[in-house]
Each structure stands twice: as structure tokens, then as C-alpha cells.
Ligand binder design. Structure first.
Ligand code: GDP
Length: 425
């Protein structure tokens, strides 16, 4: 059985925690898209970890972690991450890397930073992890696939060809140091040395695992609104964040994905630029940011303060729909316990008309939130295990949102730890 864990919104919904929790019952966890640009924060019996590339199931000794073909593989980051968890007492994880994954090269990261610098005030707020240049090259057919590392002749020739093309931009657009083909070739050989023991045909591995009835989790990065097709283009990421893409990015048939667990946070946060209708500012935002997540809402990769907002029913309903949600995991609800009243965005006013459907970007930029205030519950709900034990106003908040978004909330997360979860019917 294959299940996908994906995000409904802008990312940082708590997918890492939910995946880590579900991984206890899983055999294989697969990353199928994205790279080291976003992080998952996971808190378990080994401590607190920020993972960027490793799937969130690496903490269990019974699981196999797969870097699927759809991932932007940053080999040094993968290595540092493995090292950093092993140093802290986590058993050596079993990792497999798809021979069809492509690699983020150092020039991708440099060019990401140069482009942001060139755009100045109009920049995307990129984490400068090389993701956009990487995926551009993949689809322009000049990326480096892991399988190519094992063909020396090809590597040498391709290093020259790529350097020639990139150097035009580096010299004339960015005025930065040029790529030396010999150095690029050396970088590729170093990556080969690092990942050789892990490389295999992971799609075939998954095919066999499915035949044996293994339990597989696909772990998404970011959320629907960052999808290049269905998100807030162009303020999106460069690979699809949808569960549907899990089939492609892992190399499995689409009909094998039986459950789509979409993680949705009890309020909103976003990083990077782009329209964010229910955004709040000033002291109101500072307080939510300070109290949010586990120890504040700051980017797991960059440490940047996240932009904050109230729960957005319009964006979330849309996000859940595009994911093909079967189950909603509603997270960080405990954080809202300080509020007397909790505003929720129930509609967008665009040019004087109210809509409840999520529009394309140029209309989204004009949207103003229509807010409804729900009564708060004014207490700490951490530690509660049964739904009926939640305060009445807290249950009302959950049930109001469930009705608004139209998908069943089957899990409520009331704390960052593995055990902080309430299952519903
Ligand atoms: P991801 O990228 O979707 O995995 O999300 P992040 O890890 O970036 O952000 C989620 C943050 O919220 C992390 O700091 C988690 O430890 C924390 N978190 C997850 N679930 C809960 C919860 O139910 N309550 C609280 N207080 N924190 C949570």
C-alpha cells in the first residue's frame, strides 16, 4: 500500500512530523521531488533535527529511505545529513538513491544566487539551493543524471559542453568567475565516490516491494500553492508538489497511491515572496510567529522569519482538492490556545465581489480576506489524546474548518512530538 504525505498550502505544515510518525508502520519512505531548499523539522527520542534531503523516516532502523528520480539531489548535503544524524546516535540509515535522479551541481547554486542578486528587489526569495537552475537544466536536457557518473568519457565531454554554455551567462550576464571543465569533472567524480554504494534502480525496487505488500510512504516537500502548475506562479518552486507527481518522481503507477494524507496547518505561514491573502503583520504576526511551530516560525533551511496569517479556507480547500486528499492531518492546533478569538479567512473579495474559489495569480494579488471570528479555547491542549477531551471551542474550530474545506480531518496534531496526535473516526 502506498500513501503520500503532502502539503496543502505554502509548505511548513508539519509534513516531517506526520511522516516521521507514520513511518513507524512503514517499510519504505520516498522523497519524490524538490531538493535541499526546504526543511523538515523533526523531534523524536534522538533529539531535534532539521532535514533537507533525507526522507523523514530515517530515524527508524526498520525503514529504507529512497531518494527518488524526481528529486534534485545535492550529494554533499545528503552526505552531511547522514553524517550529522549518525553522530547523534541514530542508527546508520538504509539509503537508496535512484540511478535516474539528477544532481544539483555547485554552479546551479551559484547561478541561483547570482540571479537573485541580479533581480534585486524583484527577487523570488530563493533559498539559493540551486533548485530553479537545476530543474531548468533537467528539462533543457543538460542536467547530470546519477547513471551518467559511471561513464567517464561521457562525463568529460559533457562537463566541457555544459561549461561552454554556462560560461556565456557567467561572463556576460552575471560577470562572475567562469566554470573550468576540469574542475566540474572532478566535482562529478567526487559525487560518484560519495554515492556509488547507494545507487540502484529504485523504481524496480519499489515495484518488487509493492508485490511483496510492503508499506510505502511518499513524502512531499512544500505544498500545493508552490506547485509550478497549480500554485501561485511564478512565486512557486520548480518541481510539482502534488501527490500525483509522486507516481512520476518515485517511478510507480499512479493507481498505487491509495491514500493522500494532506497536511494542513491550523493557521498560515509562508516563506518567500508572493500573494498571501490572509497575511497578518506587526505585533499580531510577531506573537503568532513567536508561539508558532516548535520554538517559533523560522525557516528550517534559512532561519528566515516566516510570513504569518490566519487559516485560509479558500486556499486550503483548493490545496486539498488539487492533492486529491483522502485524509487531512490538521497540525499545530495547540499554538492557537492563547487567542480570545480566532479569525479565519472564509472568502476573497476581488474587485468588490466575494469568491470562495482560489483564483490565478493576477486576481489573487487583488484579493482581500473576508474574515470570520471563531471563539478561542484559551488553554493548553498539548497532551490530550482523545478528541472528546479537547475543549468544546477547539472541537468547534476543527469542525468548522472541516466543513469549510470539505475533506475529513482524521488526525489532529497538538504538539511537535511523535506522540502528540489525536486520531478521529
Ligand atoms: P514541514 O516542512 O511541512 O515538515 O514543516 P516544518 O518542519 O518546516 O514546520 C513545522 C514546524 O512545526 C516544526 O518546527 C515542527 O516541529 C512543528 N510542529 C509540527 N506539528 C506540530 C504541532 O502539532 N504543534 C506544534 N506546536 N508544533 C508542531
Amino acid at each position: 500500500m502506498v500513501r503520500a504525505v503532502v502539503g496543502a498550502n505554502w509548505g511548513d505544515e508539519g509534513k516531517g512530523k506526520i511522516t516521521d510518525m507514520l513511518a513507524r508502520e512503514a517499510d519504505i519512505i520516498v522523497r519524490f521531488q524538490g531538493g535541499a531548499n526546504a526543511g523538515h523539522t523533526i523531534i523524536n527520542n534522538y533529539g531535534k533535527f532539521a532535514l533537507h534531503t533525507l526522507p523523514s523516516g530515517v530515524f527508524y532502523s526498520h525503514t529504507t529511505s529512497i531518494i527518488g528520480n524526481g528529486v534534485a539531489l545535492d550529494v554533499p548535503v545528503l552526505f552531511q545529513e547522514v553524517q550529522s544524524i549518525v553522530e547523534r546516535g541514530v542508527p546508520e540509515p538504509k539509503i537508496l538513491v535512484s540511478d535516474r535522479a539528477q544532481m544539483v551541481m555547485s554552479y546551479h547554486k551559484n547561478m541561483d544566487a547570482y540571479e537573485e542578486e541580479r533581480l534585486g528587489g524583484k527577487s523570488f526569495g530563493s533559498t539559493k539551493s540551486g533548485i530553479a537552475p537545476f530543474y531548468s537544466d533537467k528539462f533543457a536536457k543538460i542536467g547530470f543524471q546519477v547513471s551518467e557518473l559511471f561513464d567517464d568519457m561521457l562525463l568529460k565531454e559533457k562537463a566541457e559542453r555544459v561549461a561552454e554554455q554556462k560560461n556565456v551567462l557567467l561572463e556576460h550576464l552575471y560577470h562572475k568567475p567562469l566554470i573550468k571543465p576540469e574542475e566540474l569533472y572532478e566535482e562529478l567524480k567526487e559525487y560518484r565516490r560519495m554515492i556509488e554504494p547507494f545507487v540502484c534502480d529504485t523504481a524496480l525496487y519499489l515495484h518488487n516491494a509493492m508485490k511483496e505488500g510492503k508499506s510505502i510512504l511518499l513524502e512531499g516537500q512544500l505544498g500545493t500553492l508552490k506547485d509550478p502548475d497549480h500554485g501561485i506562479y511564478p512565486m512557486v518552486t520548480s518541481s510539482s508538489t502534488l501527490a500525483g507527481y509522486g507516481a512520476i518522481g518515485a517511478g510507480i503507477p499512479p493507481y498505487e497511491i491509495r491514500k493522500v494524507i494532506t497536511v494542513c496547518k491550523a493557521y498560515s505561514s509562508a516563506v518567500g515572496a508572493g500573494a498571501f491573502v490572509s497575511e497578518i503583520f506587526g505585533e499580531e504576526a510577531d506573537e503568532l510567529r513567536r508561539r508558532g511551530g516548535d520554538g517559533g516560525e523560522f525557516g528550517a533551511t534559512t532561519g528566515r522569519p516566516r510570513r504569518m496569517g490566519w487559516f485560509d479556507c479558500v486556499a486550503s480547500r483548493y490545496g486539498l482538492r488539487l492533492q486529491g486528499t483522502t485524509d487531512v492531518a490538521f497540525t499545530v492546533l495547540d499554538v492557537l490556545g492563547y487567542l480570545d478569538e480566532i479569525p479565519v479567512c472564509v472568502g476573497y473579495e476581488i474587485d468588490g465581489e466575494v469568491t470562495t474559489e482560489f483564483p490565478t495569480t493576477h486576481l489573487l494579488e487583488k484579493a482581500k480576506p473576508v474574515l470570520k471570528k471563531l471563539p478561542g479555547w484559551k488553554c493548553d491542549i498539548r497532551g490530550i489524546k482523545a478528541y472528546e477531551e479537547l475543549p468544546e471551542n477547539c472541537r468547534k474550530y476543527i469542525e468548522f474548518i472541516e466543513k469549510e474545506v470539505g475533506y475529513p480531518i482524521t488526525m489532529v496534531s497538538n504538539g511537535p512530538g511523535r506522540e502528540d496526535i489525536i486520531y478521529r473516526g
